[in-house]
Every structure is written in structure tokens, then in C-alpha cells.
Design a protein around this ligand. Sequence first.
Ligand code: FMN
Length: 335
Amino acid sequence: MSTLLSPLSFAGLTLRNRIVMPPMFSGFATPRGEVTDRIVEYHRVRAAAGTSLIIVEHTYVHPWGRISDTQMGVHEDATIPGLARLAAAIKREGAVACLQLAHAGASTTVAVIGRAPLGPSSMLHPFEKDVDPAQATTPAEIRQVVAAFGDAAARARDAGFDAVEIHSAHGYLLSQFLSPLTNHREDEYGGNDENRRRLHVDVLAAVRERVGPTFPVFLRLGVHDEALGGLQINEAVRAAQVLVDRGVDLVDVSGGLQGSRPPVVVARGPGWFVPYAEAIKAAVRVPVLVTGGITDPGHADRIVREGRADLIGVGRAMLNDPTWAQSAIEQLRSA
Ligand SMILES: Cc1cc2nc3c(=O)[nH]c(=O)nc-3n(C[C@H](O)[C@H](O)[C@H](O)COP(=O)(O)O)c2cc1C
């Protein structure tokens, strides 16, 4: 039986336990999107505490997919030396280093990107406040987005990261394309389930083409919009199956258009996405990571022991206590 402290090997990686730092935007990057010493230290200390996998905060793959002036970028080669410093610091502490690749789509503003945000359709993001109306992404812009993810993945690999994670959760561009609530396209990227996940298939193919068949590629999938007419778990399960068949090595379960902490789900209590993770796990043959409200080491251990998920993300608890992993390991060893 696996426990929170069991190692896990998959896709050529070995994780020393099941404790994961999920991506958490720090706001410490330079205005050009470059890594700073604060970003390196923010991730390094959490790796040093014994966390097995550090998924570095969302980095924008293209300037139009940026969400903030203090966000890290992986949109140009000039970002590689800083990213290399970050990856090396995480790996020196014995953790696996993964970089999250993101495009904000309709979740941003003209002030940040200098043009109307991109969306699957012309619309205002239904759940984000303080964003500007989005314009429907043209076919040429879709090709640009796809290429940007591929290029970004290659930069992450060149910088020394062990893996990349494609961000399709929390109402960002890929999450918007997957959702029937925000995707009203009438071309091959909308209109039915298969078309709404076509951008994912294209992005994954571009990433695979650039990093090769064996480099680990993860997917953070927003599996439920928690909204009438929005994405439902059965459609997300199908998307996960299709994308795993096409080369995704780990599914990281989170929320869709309403983000990582939708009020109706949070009301379930700690581990609010665990039932969804179980549904995904039953359908795919790769490890499943779940995050959301998990703060107690015993609870995290039970989720793994009961086979409900393979890996546990601890977000805000690790933000507040950088040594969360160390305390959890000591507590479970002495139990
Ligand atoms: C400050 C902060 C920044 C976050 N940034 C990201 C991010 O860059 N990418 C992402 O996918 N999720 C992001 N999240 C969501 C977390 O990864 C996580 O899913 C969420 O906090 C719920 O887990 P928790 O209850 O353990 O904190 C962020 C959350 C917080 C609190």
C-alpha cells in the first residue's frame, strides 16, 4: 500500500514522496518577466523541506497571455538563464522541478497586454472581476498560441526543468476553450466536446514535437465549472483520457472557470476536489495529483492510502509554512 511518504516513479522521474508544492504565483518577477532571487528562494526553501515535486508558478508563454506585470515569462529565450538558476536550485534540494506553462486568455486586461484579451469567443469572462472584454481568437492567433506553448516547453527543458505542466484550469485560455459556457465557436474548435478540446490536443502535439516523446508533460485540468451550463466531470474525464492517450504523463486535478476554490465546492470541506480526482484516476493509467484545502498530514496520507489520488498538493498551508513538508514527514514517521 502506498502512503504519503512512499516514493513514486513514472515517466522517467522518481519522486521521493507524494508531497507536492502546487503552482502559486508569487508576484516577484521583474517587469520583463525574469526570475529574481526572491523567486528562487521562495521555491528552494520549500524543496529543501522535503517536498518531492515543485510545480513552479504559472509562466506566460506569449505576451498576450500574461496576467500581471509581476508574472514570470517563458515567452522568449532571454528568460532561459533565470529559469535555469531556478530549476537548478530546486533540483539541488532533491526535488523534481516542473514549470507551469500558461496563457491567461480572457482573464487579463488591456493595461497588461496592450490589446483586447483573447478568448474562445468574444465575451467577458463570467467569473473574473476587473478584466476587459475578450475578442474571439482568430485561426492565425490559435496557431500562434499553439506554437507559443511548444516553444515555451522547449525553453523550460533547455533551462533544466524535469517536466512542464500545461495550465488548463482556473478559467485560463485552455479552460475557456474547454467550457461550453465560454466557448461558442462554430469552427472546428467549438460546438461539441471533441472540438472544445481540440486546442488541448494541438497544444500537446506542439509540446511533444518540441520536447520529444519521453520528456515528462503534465496537465493541470479544471475538471468542473461548478456552474449551470458549464463543464461537467464526465466531459473532463473524457478529455483526460484523450490527452493521456496522446502523451500526458500526469493529471493535476483542479477547478475550471471558477478557479481553485469555488465556494460551492469549498463547502464540502478539506480535499474538495478528491471525488473528482477519483473519477479521473479510475479512467487514466497515469498518476493523479489533487490539491485543494488539504492541510493535515494525516488527511493527505489517508487520501493516498485509500488510493483516491497518487500525489497531494499543499498550497496555502505551504505558503504560510515553508517547512510544511518537513513537519509532515516527522509527524507521519513518529505516528
Ligand atoms: C497565492 C496563490 C497563487 C496561486 N497561483 C497559481 C498558479 O500560478 N497556477 C495555478 O494553477 N494555481 C495557482 N493557485 C492555486 C493553487 O495552486 C491551489 O490549487 C489552491 O491554492 C488550492 O489549494 P490549497 O487549498 O492547498 O491552497 C494559486 C493559489 C494561491 C493561494
